[in-house]
Every structure is written in C-alpha cells, then in structure tokens.
Write a protein that binds this ligand. Structure first.
Ligand SMILES: Nc1ncnc2c1ncn2[C@@H]1O[C@H](COP(=O)(O)OP(=O)(O)OP(=O)(O)O)[C@@H](O)[C@H]1O
Length: 318
C-alpha cells in the first residue's frame, strides 16, 4: 500500500555549513515524488536522512508513527525494512552475478529457503526485464541493465518506500525513457511510496505526482506536479524550465548586479505542461489524477497547449 513520510522542520548542518533548514513536507502514501535542486543543495543528504543514515540537527521524519530522527537503533532497524534503495551506480557487488546480487538482501535479512529465494529473485528480475541475465557479472552489462538489477534488488524485500538516488545518471535519453516507464509501471504494481532525486528535467516534468525543489538552504516549493509546472515563482520557473534568466547562477545565487542586468529581459513563456506518464497497461495508478485537475480545482490557467498528447515526454520548450 505504501506509507506516508511526514517531514517536519528538518534542519541539517555539517560543522558550520547549513545544508538545509526547516524542511517541512508530506510525501503521501503510494505517490511518486521527485526532489530537485541545483548541485550541492543536499538532495542526497535528505535521502540519507529519510533512511536514518544521517541524523538531522532538528526536526522529525515520521513513518508509521516512528520518528526516524530520534528513535532507538532497534526501531530504526525495523523501520529500515520498509525501505528499498536504488543507489546511483546500482551499488552491485562486482564479484557476484546478478542473481546473487539480487538475492543478497533475502539471504542477509530473512530465513527463507533457497527455493523461496529463487522464486522471489526471478519474479523481481522479471519485473525489471532481466530474465536471462542472471549469470552475468555487473561489469559485463550496460549501465541501464545495472540500474535495473539494482532496482530488482531494492524490491526483493517488498518495500513500502523506494528511494531512487539519480536513477537516470549516466543513462542516454532512450534508456532514461525506458527507466521512467519502468518506474511508473512499478509504482502501479507495488503501490509503494517513491522518492526520486534527479537532475533530469524531462523526467521531473512527466513522471511524478509531486515535485519538491531545494534551493538556497531551504525547500523552495513542494506540491503537485501541475502546481510547480505552472508556477511563476522565479526559482521554480527557472529550474523547471532549465532557463538561464532567474535567480540561480552558475555556481550559486546571482548577485544583485547580475540580477539588475537581466531585469529588462523578457522571460520566455512557460512551456505547455506535458501529460503525466501512464502505466503501460493503460490502467491508472492509484495516485494518478486526471490531466489538468489540479489547475482546474485551483483556478490556475495552464500554459497554452498543456496536456496534449503530443507534448508527452518532450523536452521542455521542444
Ligand atoms: N558526511 C558529510 N560530511 C560533511 N559534508 C557533507 C557530508 N555529506 C554531504 N556533505 C555536504 O553536503 C552538501 C550537499 O551534498 P549532497 O550530496 O546532498 O548534494 P546534492 O544536492 O545531492 O548534490 P548533487 O546534485 O551534486 O548530487 C555538499 O556540500 C556536501 O559536501
């Protein structure tokens, strides 16, 4: 069914360096959420905080009534069983074949027999389209296959929450498209809560139910995909549309002179909001909302041309 993640007032510094402060948001059960932000804004630190690998200085992360930020090691151990994590490089053990890599969490954390393990591993390998590749070593396969193997491994303990750390890093656009479809299909099938950190604007525009943007040491905005894609808020607008004009500079924030210099520049119009990617079997996900619903309910006029099938999956502005 997936479980809700309730984050309240989360603050983290390393030494004197504040990473982010007062981050508050709720990821609803079973929904897909994408976290975005310029490099170094602490997206990976946030993922690690969600799973209790990093302790925040303040605030709470409540999952099924337990606050991960303050619970005992024993409770943390239990809560972690709810999570599956897809690490950036798939984090495969190089000397083990794919079958043994995927079987690893089952052998470590359960007392299942080898025949039970076999049926679970083969089911998950099937889900990610890797049947036939069981005996391959991670070094013998493409980056895309390694990600899918990592995903199969993240799924073997039937997680209620799946965290994806830049699932599309290092993948070409076609493989990224396939992976995005796989993510949507998996969400429909296992109904878990998905939190995805990505830099890929096209994925962010088409895959999630909700988008969060970390910027300048705080959560600039979090909400439904349509809300952020129709937002005129300068940072959100600049980042989600991959534009140079706006407060975000090459290294950090632009200074006052840089901003003054572009004050007269006209912003390009917001591109149309693409349709959300649907499961390939055509059956809507539980969390899926009809196109344009958020805009309609909130009296927001979406950019012209929004929600037309020709836009789906196109790069912004294309
Ligand atoms: N264990 C740590 N100790 C000290 N500083 C850390 C630690 N982990 C992360 N940081 C710092 O926290 C900041 C945010 O890092 P993080 O990797 O979360 O950023 P990010 O938004 O995921 O970046 P990118 O998009 O480039 O992957 C960086 O300045 C990093 O150096």
């Amino acid at each position: 069914m997936g479980v809700e993640i309730k984050i309240d007032g989360l603050t983290k510094s390393f030494g004197k360096q504040l990473i982010w402060g007062d981050v508050t948001l709720t990821v609803p059960a079973g929904e897909i959420c994408v976290m975005l932000g310029p490099s170094g804004t602490g997206k990976s630190v946030l993922l690690k905080t969600l799973i209790g690998l990093i302790k925040p200085d303040r605030g709470s992360v409540v999952i099924e009534g337990t606050d991960i930020a303050s619970c005992s090691e024993k409770d943390l151990y239990e809560i972690r069983k709810l999570f599956g994590v897809l690490f950036q490089d798939g984090a495969m053990f190089g000397s083990m074949n794919l079958y043994d890599n995927v079987a690893f969490p089952l052998r470590e954390h359960t007392r299942k027999s080898e025949s039970e393990i076999r049926s679970i591993v083969m089911e998950k390998m099937d889900l990610v389209g890797l049947i036939g590749a069981e005996t391959k070593l991670p070094g013998e396969i493409s980056g895309g296959m390694r990600k899918r193997a990592g995903l199969a491994r993240a799924l073997v303990l039937d997680p209620e929450i799946v965290l994806f750390d830049e699932p599309d890093s290092g993948l070409d656009p076609v493989r990224t498209s396939f992976l995005n479809q796989l993510i949507v299909d998996l969400n429909a099938q296992i109904d878990a809560t998905f939190v995805i950190v990505t830099h890929d604007i096209n994925s962010c525009r088409t895959v999630p139910d909700n988008i969060g943007l970390l910027y300048h040491k705080h959560l600039a905005m979090f909400g439904p995909r349509e809300m952020l894609l129709s937002s005129e808020e300068p940072v959100v607008r600049q980042f989600l549309n991959a534009q140079r004009v706006g407060p975000i500079g090459m290294s950090e924030e632009k200074d006052a002179d840089e901003l003054a210099a572009e004050a007269d520049q006209e912003l390009p119009p917001l591109p149309p909001i693409p349709l959300q990617l649907e499961p390939s079997n055509g059956i809507p996900r539980r969390a899926q909302r009809p196109p344009g619903e958020w805009c309609r309910l909130n009296g927001v006029t979406p950019p012209p041309g929004s929600f037309q099938s020709a836009n789906a999956g196109l790069a912004p502005g294309a």
